[in-house]
Design a protein around this ligand. Structure first.
Ligand code: ARG
Length: 585
């Protein structure tokens, strides 16, 4: 139980003793740390419900709490807030428990879930760019956080590998190299094992094909036909398409790997193709498929909708399937193969309507309860002009270029700040890489998920302020103190006495509530706020007190153990954010 839970139960009992609901006793960290450590606002809510004076109720509850030895001070403030300050003995006991715990007091989900987390979502043959950053970074962090809380999480990349772009590529290659066996319908195989295209080819061919299809209706028709034939199973097209997937997979795995983002499953839209016909059959049997202008649709509108929710289109009039069809079939696939309790989608906020349609259709079909399908939308990354981020020449910034850029900036900053001076070239590069990624990820994750933010590389990569590099530096500084210590940190040695020690302990005690809140809201920025506050509290503590040079052995041991626990908590929180801490800097 976190200290917040312990205090809430004590205060809840006092409310209950007054004949009031114990839930009113919920305690939070004080928003006036100068006045108290904790507070309870329950008397105000109680008074409203009972039409009584909140100060009267507050006073009665406070009087009961005064008898509790764990409080140093209980005071009524303002219209009826109950301000609470714990004794050092109680705080010491709580902080020792955290420092001695492998999970550092982190919150645990009492009813663990089995989750499919859908993030990444790149498309085959299209290079990763700045638009792929948020889903990757948020998805990785949420995966780590949920696992830490005890859930079983399967991360699935859900490759876009089955739509028109595939047919566009096939027909483009058919024009450039008609002699390839993939286009010869009388060819009896086996098809070459070697891919006929490289990644560079794909990256050149796709934009070329897509431009041609935009300019020329006939080309678009060709691509449509190729897509339909691919989906219908034409052997040469399937064989060629398999090469696209393999070439892209290898490249994507490398690039996500460089970003420190991994997936448990590399399934794609194509993997559910075989489920679509039987699914449609079943849906028709259930009577939820309607015909509309030749297309087959599922109505998902509800009478109380404020905005119109258009139907999900299962098949277009030419029989082809759409994005919603594959997403619906994917839900079915996940139910059958993983049987999750929840499915989460980390996808751009602009796809909200799509997911609303899919979720309602899945619910209507009886496949999965819509309450357990969550679209975790996110805002866009903007440039300094407040518009979606573009390169100087107006193009999209490739992820590769972005990673190179942050690493370079990190190297510049390191030189300015005399960091990693005299280290080997190899170690410097490794540190620069970690700092660059920390800048990028923390710069992203520290924003409310649903908000847009401005990509400001100079601010993100700074060693001062609320940044990834600042936090890495804080963790590394503590590591270096510990390396120099003669003794191993011992949690039982902690005794709190001075204000800066107490404040540091309070910052650490906020870990469990922060983890819980970040988990429940699916908002990693709550962890960013927590860890920044912790690092600042450590800085103040370190400025106020000696650690290794403290002469009193008891004080020295206590502070060393406090520092060690704070360092581990910073490193653990960064890890939950997908940020690596170097050994030294
Ligand atoms: N490939 C899609 C896109 O580029 C994103 C996929 C998101 N996941 C999903 N299950 N729809 O927009």
């Amino acid at each position: 139980m976190s200290i917040i839970d312990v205090l809430s139960s004590i205060v809840g009992d006092a409310f209950a003793a007054e004949g009031l609901n114990s839930a009113l006793g919920r305690v939070v960290f004080s928003d006036r740390p100068d006045l108290a450590q904790f507070q309870c606002n329950g008397a105000l809510a109680a008074a409203k419900a009972a039409k009584k004076n909140p100060r009267e109720i507050g006073a009665a509850v406070a009087a009961r709490l005064e008898a509790d030895k764990r409080f140093e001070k209980v005071a009524l403030a303002g219209p009826g807030f109950i301000n609470l300050t714990a004794t050092d003995a109680f705080l010491t006991e709580e902080i020792r428990a955290i420092a001695g715990d492998g999970r550092l007091g982190g919150w645990r989900n009492q009813e663990p879930e089995t989750i499919v987390l859908d993030y990444g979502g790149p498309n085959v043959a299209k290079p990763l760019h700045v638009g792929h950053v948020r889903t990757a970074v948020l998805g990785e962090s949420l995966k780590r956080l949920m696992r830490f809380c005890g859930d079983q999480v399967t991360g699935d990349i859900h490759l876009g590998d089955w739509g028109l772009p595939m047919g566009q590529l096939i027909s483009e290659i058919a024009r450039e190299r008609p002699d390839l066996p993939y286009f010869d319908e009388s060819f009896e195989g086996p098809y070459p094992e070697e891919a006929p295209v490289t990644l560079e080819d794909l990256e050149r061919l796709y934009p070329q094909a897509s431009a041609a299809c935009k300019a020329d209706k006939a080309r678009l028709e060709e691509a449509r036909l190729a897509t339909a034939q691919l989906q219908a199973g034409r052997p040469g097209y399937r064989a060629l398409w398999r090469h696209f997937i393999d070439v892209s997979h290898a490249a994507l795995a490398r690039e996500y790997g460089d970003l420190g983002v991994t997936f448990d499953l590399w399934k794609g839209e194509s993997d559910v193709d075989h489920l679509i016909a039987p699914m449609a059959e079943e849906l028709r049997a259930k009577g939820i498929v309607e015909k509309s202008d030749g297309a087959q649709i599922i109505q998902v509108a509800r009478p109380d909708d404020k905005k119109e929710t258009p139907p999900l289109i299962l098949f277009k009039s030419d029989g082809s399937v759409l994005y919603g069809t594959t997403d619906l079939a994917t839900i079915l696939d996940r139910v059958r193969t993983i049987a999750p309790t929840r499915m989460l989608y980390v996808v751009d906020q602009r796809q909200a309507l799509h997911f609303e349609q899919v979720f309602r259709a899945a619910d209507k079909a009886g496949y999965f309860d819509a309450d357990r399908l969550e679209h975790l939308g996110f805002g866009t990354i903007n440039g300094p002009d407040g518009k979606p981020f573009k390169t100087r020449d107006g193009g999209v910034l490739r992820l590769r270029a972005l990673i190179d850029q942050v690493r370079e900036r990190a190297l510049e900053r390191m030189a300015e700040a005399h960091i990693a001076e005299g280290y080997s070239e190899e170690e410097r590069t490794d540190i620069a890489n970690k700092i660059g990624l920390a800048a990028l990820k923390f710069g992203d994750l520290s924003n409310v998920r649903t908000s847009d933010y401005i990509f400001d590389i100079d601010r993100f990569v700074a060693f001062e302020g609320k940044t990834g590099p600042y936090l890495q530096y804080a963790a590394v500084r503590i590591k270096s103190i510990l390396r120099k210590a003669d003794e191993a940190p011992n949690a039982a040695a902690i005794t709190l006495a001075a204000p800066a020690e107490r404040d540091l302990a309070l910052a650490m005690l906020a870990f469990a509530p922060a983890v819980r809140s970040a988990y429940e809201k699916r908002q990693p920025h709550i962890l960013c706020d927590f860890v920044f506050n912790l690092a600042q509290s450590f800085s103040k503590f370190y400025a106020a007190h000696h650690i290794l040079s403290e002469e009193d052995a008891h004080l020295r041991a206590s502070r060393l153990a406090l520092a060690a626990a704070a360092g581990r908590q910073i490193e653990l929180t960064l890890d939950l954010l997908g940020v690596e801490t170097p050994e030294r800097m």
